[in-house]
Design a protein around this ligand. Structure first.
Ligand code: URA
Length: 238
């Protein structure tokens, strides 16, 4: 069981408005504790006993979301960067504290599986180089791949410009002369595009289908699913 928290602070942290808004919800009788209307907003409560308008609190122990990122949106909270992935999500999620952030990023011109969470320990778990979680991408290229490219990417010797260490071994499958599936266990800046560019190939489209044990399945672009918190920790332990 999690430790008790002040009701108004809990509601504010989960995106139900400011603390003042939370107090108003309580006053209006919309908040119940084990089915009984809450009498005050400063009571210490267990999240599991609280309902708002008859609904249990949303993801009180942390929100984990799988988004099919469409092309053209940026993984940023800064509106100056154009259309943002966060514009796709329910406003209440964007009022949570700690803030909902993406687990790593996909480029504006990359589509596919993106995780978001408000739990820093989950971000760490999914992005730590020590976990070696596989990330699977499909890429189309501007010219045919040389036959020795899979061996080169698998060797663990590919050196990218301005990087102190070579890339970890990566698995490349040539699905068609200009269509590849690439499995990485690390996440460097623009890594897929830079790996191909190092061999004179330009990535024309890039799409991530898997991250760890999670896959996009048939989730349409722009749609998302809330994942059970068990999914945050079923990746290999650190
Ligand atoms: N590698 C890239 O080059 N871009 C991405 O968005 C993800 C991986």
């Amino acid at each position: 069981m999690s430790s008790p928290r002040r009701l108004d602070q809990l509601l504010a942290a989960l995106g139900y408005g400011s603390r003042r808004d939370a107090q108003a919800l309580v006053k209006a009788g919309r908040v119940r504790l084990s089915g009984v209307p809450a009498s005050r907003a400063d009571l210490r409560v267990q999240p599991a006993e609280v309902t708002v308008d008859g609904q249990p609190l949303e993801a009180p122990d942390g929100l984990l979301v799988l988004l099919h990122k469409p092309l053209g949106l940026t993984c940023s909270h800064n509106p100056a960067e154009g259309d943002l992935i966060y514009d796709l999500l329910p406003p209440r999620w964007l009022q949570r504290s700690p803030a909902l952030t993406s687990v790593g990023r996909l480029d504006k011109d990359t589509s596919g599986l993106l995780l978001l969470t408000d739990r820093g320990d989950w971000v760490h778990r999914w992005t730590s180089p020590r976990t070696h979680l596989p990330k699977i991408y499909e890429a189309t290229l501007d010219r045919d791949m040389p036959a020795d490219l899979p061996a080169l990417f698998a060797a663990g010797t590919l050196q990218l410009r301005n990087e102190p260490h070579p890339c970890q071994p990566a698995q490349l499958e040539i699905l068609a002369p200009r269509h590849a599936r690439l499995t990485l266990t690390e996440g460097r800046y623009h890594q897929v595009r830079r790996m191909f560019a190092s061999q004179g190939l330009h990535v024309e489209t890039l799409h991530r289908t898997h991250f760890g044990h999670l896959s996009l399945g048939d989730l349409p672009p722009g749609q998302y699913r809330v994942l059970p918190s068990a999914d945050a920790v079923t990746s290999p332990p650190l």
